[in-house]
Design a protein around this ligand. Structure first.
Ligand SMILES: NC(=O)c1ccc[n+]([C@@H]2O[C@H](COP(=O)([O-])OP(=O)(O)OC[C@H]3O[C@@H](n4cnc5c(N)ncnc54)[C@H](OP(=O)(O)O)[C@@H]3O)[C@@H](O)[C@H]2O)c1
Length: 362
């Protein structure tokens, strides 16, 4: 006699029977076949394994959360014990696998991706340090991960670059990102290269930095054009690659609208209920001299390359969102969520008031 279905079975709307289709095999020769289990969700097992290099950063946390929520087992390579603590609780027991990792240690890299179907490389740095310059992170590091992934038989390799990556750029950061793309493509011919625009979200370096240091966003008279994209949209696009077929393409992921720094500063002033900053525009030469002088301080400050980037408009290339199955959203509906914390107690509960109009940019 058949027993009554359990609550989980009834909720899922289908009996938890196992079939041949539940067996998930992998092209990775190091990985054993797995059996998918349960309705989609935190406690499910999709049978897929992903490694997210650069998981401890801004984009990484949202990607790991999305992967784990869909039942993918996620290997999270980390450098600092404290930096990966928040990731551990994003999945069920055994779903998030932290592994100590050094970018220069090829053996550790190989161990981190040995059993993975999908490998993401989110490793990147906005500024140079005494141990790592742009090239060692974006070129040598990226090439090493891609090469080891190829050698290990990983089927999908997703490399995150930048919308403005260009070998002709005046910014060393953008040049190193472009060179990294070339090296990755050479090491892993089927790699998918993702180029997001500057991202906004809770821990971003865009809205938060503008709210705290508006003066450094007034360079170029705040007329630099930018196409902000929601970090959740980029994370969703990356997450979709678990199910998508292998795409040996370079995909641009800009936000849906182009705005100026000036408009974003006005939006921030409106959201934080503060008067717009009256700080003057600092000339480029002075900004560069100040940023060079500040490099002797041990904590990260505005680097000369970042000053350079404040003068570079975001590339106006077409977005490839239809390929990744995501519709990107504008910054305005989310601005209050991410900026309310900068309001005084008096203004904290007030509803958001938006700037009068958004300038049309061609
Ligand atoms: N944020 C944006 O607006 C934006 C826009 C376009 C493209 N991107 C690109 O998207 C990727 C992710 O961006 P993000 O904002 O999440 O960056 P992030 O917050 O700065 O995180 C960068 C990640 O890379 C790791 N990393 C940096 N240098 C490393 C090194 N030498 N060795 C090992 N790990 C290292 C960091 O590890 P630790 O935590 O150990 O330092 C961290 O996990 C980056 O490649 C970035 O260039 C970002």
């Amino acid at each position: 006699m058949l027993s009554a279905p359990s609550k989980i079975q009834r909720l899922a709307g289908r009996p938890l029977r196992r079939g041949y289709h539940d067996i998930v095999t992998s092209k990775n020769p190091n990985k054993q076949p797995a059996i998918q289990y349960g309705p989609p969700g935190r406690s499910a097992i999709s049978g897929q394994v992903a490694t997210v290099f650069g998981c401890t950063g801004f984009l990484g946390r949202y990607l790991v959360a999305k992967l784990a929520k869909a039942g993918t087992q996620v290997v999270v390579p980390f450098r600092d014990e404290e930096e990966k603590r928040h990731l551990k609780v994003m999945g069920d027991l055994g779903q998030i696998v932290p592994m100590e990792w050094d970018l220069r240690n090829e053996q550790q890299t190989a161990e981190c991706l040995r059993h993975s179907d999908v490998v993401y490389n989110l490793v990147g740095r906005n500024y140079e340090t005494k141990n790592f310059d742009f090239d060692s992170v974006h070129v040598t590091g990226a090439k090493s991960i891609a090469h080891i992934a190829q050698e290990s038989g990983v089927s999908k390799f997703i490399h995150v670059s930048h919308l403005n990556a260009s070998l002709d750029s005046t910014s060393e950061f953008y040049r190193s990102k472009a060179q990294g793309e070339i090296e990755v493509r050479e090491a892993f011919s089927d790699a998918t290269i993702i180029r997001p625009a500057p991202m906004f979200g809770y821990e971003d370096r865009l809205l938060n930095n503008m709210a705290v240091w508006p003066i450094w966003w007034k360079l170029n008279h705040a007329q630099t054009k930018i196409r902000p994209v929601h970090v959740m949209d980029v994370a969703q696009a990356l997450n979709n690659f678990v199910q998508l077929p292998v795409l040996a393409q370079t995909l641009n992921l800009p936000g849906p609208s182009t705005v100026t720094h000036e408009y974003l500063l006005d939006l921030i002033a409106a959201m934080t209920c503060r008067p717009p900053s009256r700080a003057p525009t600092v000339p480029k030469a002075i900004a560069l001299a100040l940023s060079k002088a500040s490099q002797s301080i041990w904590w990260p400050t505005l680097s000369p390359d970042e000053v350079e980037r404040r003068y570079i408009d975001d590339s106006q290339v077409q977005g490839d969102w239809d390929v990744v199955g995501v519709t990107p959203e504008d910054v305005e509906p989310y601005a209050i969520t991410y900026l309310r914390r900068y309001r005084s107690a008096e203004h904290y509960p007030l509803p958001p008031v938006f700037p009068e109009s958004r300038p049309v940019i061609n």
